[in-house]
Design a protein around this ligand. Structure first.
Ligand SMILES: NC(=O)c1ccc[n+]([C@@H]2O[C@H](COP(=O)([O-])OP(=O)(O)OC[C@H]3O[C@@H](n4cnc5c(N)ncnc54)[C@H](OP(=O)(O)O)[C@@H]3O)[C@@H](O)[C@H]2O)c1
Length: 264
């Protein structure tokens, strides 16, 4: 079994790498931080009898999906059983103030590259009649989020594309999971320019998110909202007028203290 995991150098992606290696998957781990990838890969090779290869790549570049696909094809001896589209980052602040190159980088990483990787890996999975893709979206993809407007929009794209394509490929024996975590304790909020997560309490660990995602893959669940608090919130907000939910979300997000130092 072979898995390709994007954004595996830290956080949720690193957790996918650890849990999939423990399940016996060989791995291609992908991110920009070569040092962190090398340390992760060495640790996994020592702990599990599986091959682990690093691919150092900036997935926000326009041709990065094609480069990743070519790299995997060039190196692998077995077919890819699982693609985890996990790499991503948030940007906190007013959309109107955010530099356009940063917005474009996010669209390349979380829209264009995700779309292209699915399009590149699905044909051979369909041909074989097996294989799976996990797209790590977010609960932010289920509800607009003022002050993280583009982030939520890219995740809404992932939710919509993943759920639609899942229906198309299921008859061929291929599976697509849309994974929607809520607040998770990783470097995400610091990278987004937030001094702290946007609500106190109730955050999950990356390990918990990934355990729920993989358990849902085992049960062939096309959509998983991780964490019971997140499931409860997403369920209850349906009964409240949309404008009111947006108003409350905007007030909560606006009152958040940003660090003013969003970084990738
Ligand atoms: N943490 C949360 O609260 C939360 C909630 C819902 C959904 N999510 C989603 O979960 C996913 C993982 O986030 P996380 O919480 O684990 O954040 P994280 O700890 O900041 O990890 C982000 C990962 O994405 C990689 N990445 C970022 N930009 C990249 C680029 N241009 N090219 C290649 N790799 C890139 C990073 O690696 P390098 O820096 O080494 O490139 C890192 O491995 C994201 O898609 C995020 O939107 C997170």
């Amino acid at each position: 079994m072979l898995a390709v995991i994007t954004g595996a150098s830290r956080g949720i992606g690193e957790s996918y790498a650890r849990q999939l290696a423990a399940r016996g998957y060989g791995l291609h781990v992908v991110a920009r931080d070569a040092e962190r990838l090398a340390t992760l890969a060495a640790g996994l090779r020592a702990a599990h009898p599986v091959p682990v290869e690093e691919i150092v790549l900036d997935l926000a570049l326009p041709d990065s999906a094609e480069r990743l696909y070519a790299e995997v094809r060039g190196r692998r001896s077995a077919p890819v059983d699982l693609l985890v589209n996990n790499a991503g980052f948030g940007l906190y602040g007013e959309f109107t103030d955010t530099p356009t190159p940063r917005l474009q980088e996010m669209v390349y990483l979380q829209v264009v590259t995700v779309m292209k990787l699915m399009r590149l890996f699905l044909p051979e999975m369909r041909e074989r009649g097996s294989g799976a893709i996990i797209n790590v979206a977010s609960v932010a993809g289920l509800l607009p989020v003022p002050y993280m407007a583009l982030y939520a929009a890219t995740k809404a794209f992932m939710v919509s594309l993943g759920l639609s394509v899942e229906q198309e490929v299921r008859p061929y024996g291929v599976f697509v999971q849309t994974c929607c975590p809520g607040q998770t304790l990783t470097d995400f909020h610091g990278t987004a320019g937030m001094s702290r997560p946007y609500a106190s309490g109730g955050q999950q660990t990356a390990d918990d998110v990934v355990a729920e995602s993989l358990a849902a893959v085992d049960r062939r669940r096309p959509m998983v909202i991780t964490g019971y608090r997140n499931r409860l919130y997403m369920h209850l907000q349906q009964f409240v007028p949309r404008q009111l939910v947006l108003w409350v979300t905007a007030r909560r997000m606006k009152s958040h203290t940003g660090t003013g130092r969003a970084s990738v």
